[in-house]
Write a protein that binds this ligand. Structure first.
Ligand code: SF4
Length: 415
């Protein structure tokens, strides 16, 4: 989706390059479908993308499409179509929006990238349940509807420490994918190719982390809302040199901002942490709301989810297994709490916002007392915003505004 910097956001020069590489990515997929030159694998956002690239697939990440459905505000109209074929309004609204869009025959890709009429037809669907079970059910719908083979990696959940047993189990499952996937792509598995792809992914991940870490500067040169847009290449182009080149450019720009004390939110008074999913259809409205109050929501668990620091090209399968199991969403409540507390310290945070996304229990961490526990342990105020990632019927803009304003008043009064 073409990203236009608007008044409330301090524009990044790198945005032009972001738009170019994202357009190239989608047009390459579209060409491959139309010409039949290369096989296409759909991969869940934290699925084994490196293996798929090494086996010669072009990789399509539906999660980016789901987010585009939300950001373009098409999602709310599409969700009832999926409800009508039996998918509950209470399950993931990425899933229901995406299936609904497919049934309606619409896609935001057509608007952003003229000439693209539909999402690229998959030759195979590959998921990892590390994110949640919804990806499995959602990919399964496409497998049945399009009669396409489907493969999955099943990851443990609620993991406190990532142990040898977790790593071996996931690594073995990934290795077992080689044979069936190579049959579909027609490309023989080459371990050196996998190492090269993994090296690109690791570099992309390291650069993306450095980009996000610039928010520790006071004032912060970046907002969470910028992060949700600039994370596109970390999701869909990891494992390619394009993503690495892009993040070098963005990092350079951010470092220059830090050096010159350029604030992403003019007159930054308060520094906030966002826990949970973004509200895609309200990114711009939320960014404006906080900027008007001179509060910068500058860091999040969500954007950090595409940091895979354990990738090691010398030990590809085990390091992929570890990196994809170390993710925040896979971990135990204790681990999550300590992770957020580390982030609070690192980014010099004054308050935390928990987004309770109605249709995403997997990534709403306010439901079992965590805000209260963190507040008691750190003395920092927390705010719970009730809403959703894609279904705009599940949020009230007035309520959000009132709650955010009251929260900022509380911060003004010293917590
Ligand atoms: S983590 Fe949440 S938003 Fe993501 S696919 Fe699962 S239920 Fe949907």
């Amino acid at each position: 989706m073409e990203t236009k910097d608007q008044g409330w956001r301090k524009p990044f020069a790198a945005t032009r390059e972001l738009n170019r590489i994202m357009a190239d990515y989608y047009y390459e997929l579209d060409r491959a479908v139309k010409t039949g030159t290369q096989k296409i694998a759909w991969c869940s956002s934290v699925g084994p993308a490196e293996l798929l690239r090494a086996l010669g697939f072009l990789v399509y990440f539906p999660e980016n499409h789901w987010a585009m459905l939300g950001a373009s505000r098409m999602a709310t109209d599409c969700i009832p179509e999926a409800n009508a074929v039996g998918y509950s309004p209470d399950i993931c609204s990425y899933l229901t929006a995406d299936i609904g869009a497919y049934l309606k025959g619409v896609t935001p890709l057509s608007k952003s990238y003229p000439g693209i009429e539909r999402v690229p037809r998959p030759d195979v669907l590959v998921f990892n349940t590390n994110q949640c079970r919804d990806v499995q059910d959602w990919f399964s719908w496409y497998a049945r509807t399009l009669q396409v083979p489907i493969w999955g990696v099943y990851t443990h959940c609620g993991v406190k420490e990532v142990t040898e047993a977790h790593v071996s189990s996931v690594a073995r499952q990934m290795e077992e994918l080689i044979e069936p996937l190579a049959k579909i792509s027609g490309v023989r598995f080459d371990p050196d190719r996998l190492r090269a792809v993994l090296a690109w992914s690791r570099e992309c991940s390291d650069l993306w982390k450095q980009v996000l870490d610039t928010a520790a500067a006071v004032p912060s040169p970046i907002t969470f809302f910028d992060g949700t847009i600039h994370m596109g290449p970390a999701v869909v182009l990891r494992g390619t040199p394009q993503a690495v080149t892009y993040y070098r450019q963005l990092l350079e720009e951010l470092e220059e901002r830090v050096q010159n004390h350029v604030a992403a939110v003019e007159g930054e008074r308060f520094r906030l942490y966002w826990e949970g999913m973004p509200v895609w259809g309200r990114l711009s409205a939320h960014a404006q709301l906080f900027a008007r109050l001179r509060a910068n929501v500058l860091a999040s668990t969500y954007c950090n989810s595409w940091i895979f620091s354990s990738f090691d090209p010398e030990d590809p399968f085990r390091s992929m297994a570890r990196a994809y199991t170390e993710l925040f969403i896979v971990r135990s409540e204790d681990y999550k709490e300590s992770y957020i507390r580390r982030m609070i310290d690192f980014f010099h945070i004054h308050g935390i916002i928990f987004h309770d996304a109605k249709t995403c229990p997997n990534n709403s961490n306010n439901r079992y007392g965590m805000p209260r526990r963190i507040q008691e342990a750190t003395g920092l105020p927390t705010l719970i915003l009730h809403g959703d990632l894609n279904d705009l019927r599940l949020l009230s803009d007035e309520q959000t505004q009132t709650n955010v304003e009251a929260f900022i008043e509380q911060l003004e009064e010293g917590g």
